[in-house]
Design a protein around this ligand. Structure first.
Ligand code: AMP
Length: 327
């Protein structure tokens, strides 16, 4: 089926059901939050008689300014609902495991498709964000769907954050056109950017410390380990500590950078980022996945962490040996 036919099928399914439940991946980022809340708002405005719920079992403090989830529904409430899962490549990563109780399930995502679930599935991995797909969905059916400044703000938040403020390589002319469509609805961008990018003073102090602690391999893998002890010392949440990956994103010659964040259970969350080189396959080898240049994984010991760093180092070396246009 072509994407336009899949989108038409999704709209027909939405129109057929009186109850729709929207899901996303756990540890939500701007795209997961923005796409679920943006879609919910568009559907609530367009179909005031339908019951539309956001049912996810975790949340992000960082994105609390966008508002929360709906009160949890009883299991029985799922049976006659259409479920829509956004921004989630695998069922393992769906925040609310009760998604499987829905009568039908639809997947809308822009990650590399590693697991097939949902019918229909609308997956466009070349899109810069799932929010871009929701903007496209709205734009395609704008004669039937309604939008307002609240929905536009959610969608724009996801487009901006998942594209690194329209900087990553999957940003296309179409991304910018759709961003224009959403911006034209009108909302307070100054307030949105302040909420997204202002930091607490303690985060600045931690950044100075993290810059001293980060290391680099001979091939150019920059990496940083953030222990529970460090988080405590600087009064950081897991989410604050995880943001440290972006501190390493502009080092010349460092085509891969990795943040290792110790979890409360002592396992280690890995955030992999790169330019030019693909890291998603490396992430898949370590219980993870994601995009070519932004992926996540989990390791269970320092030894495993060192092994991952060594493999990333070999990836860069191989890339540099056969390419010349990197920086
Ligand atoms: P993160 O570093 O957690 O922001 O993840 C970067 C990207 O990889 C996001 O698009 C995530 O959805 C995806 N990702 C992170 N962890 C995993 C995982 N364990 N499995 C599949 N995809 C992941």
């Amino acid at each position: 089926m072509r994407n336009i036919e899949i989108m038409q099928t999704i709209l027909s399914k939405i129109e057929e059901y009186d109850k729709i439940i929207i899901f996303r991946h756990f540890r939500p980022d701007g795209d997961a939050t923005g796409s679920t809340k943006g879609l919910k708002r568009i559907l609530a405005l367009t179909y005031p008689d339908k019951k539309i719920y956001l049912q996810n079992s975790d949340y992000s403090d960082y994105l609390a300014f966008l508002g929360g989830e709906d009160e949890p529904l009883e299991d029985a409430e799922y049976a006659d609902a259409l479920g829509i899962v956004l921004d989630t490549a695998t069922t393992k990563r769906i925040s609310n495991k009760r998604y499987s109780l829905c009568r039908e399930l639809i997947k809308i995502d822009h990650h590399i498709p590693v697991e097939s679930y949902g019918a229909p599935e609308w997956v466009e991995e070349e899109r810069s964000s799932t929010c871009e797909m929701i903007a496209h969905f709205y734009d395609t059916f704008s004669d039937r769907l309604k939008i307002d400044s609240e929905a536009a703000k959610y969608i724009y938040a996801g487009m901006v954050t998942d594209s690194g403020r329209f900087r990553f390589r999957d940003v296309s002319g179409e991304t910018m056109r759709l961003a224009g469509v959403i911006l034209s609805v009108g909302f307070d961008t100054e307030n949105l950017f302040a909420n997204l990018y202002l930091k607490e003073f303690k985060e600045y102090k931690f950044e100075a410390y993290a810059r001293r602690k980060m290391k680099i391999t001979d091939g150019g893998v920059a990496y940083l380990y953030v222990s529970n002890c460090m988080k405590k010392r600087f009064g950081l949440s897991d989410e604050d500590a995880s943001a440290s990956v972006s501190l390493m994103d502009s080092i010349k010659g460092s085509l891969i950078w990795l943040a290792f964040i110790e979890n409360k259970d002592k396992s280690i969350r890995v955030r992999l980022r790169s330019r030019f080189v693909t890291v998603s396959e490396l992430a898949e080898k370590y219980n993870g996945g994601g995009h070519a240049c932004a992926a996540g994984a989990t390791v269970y010991s320092k030894a495993e962490m060192k092994k991952l760093i060594a493999e990333a180092n070999e990836l860069i070396k191989a890339y540099k040996a056969s390419n010349s246009d990197w920086l």
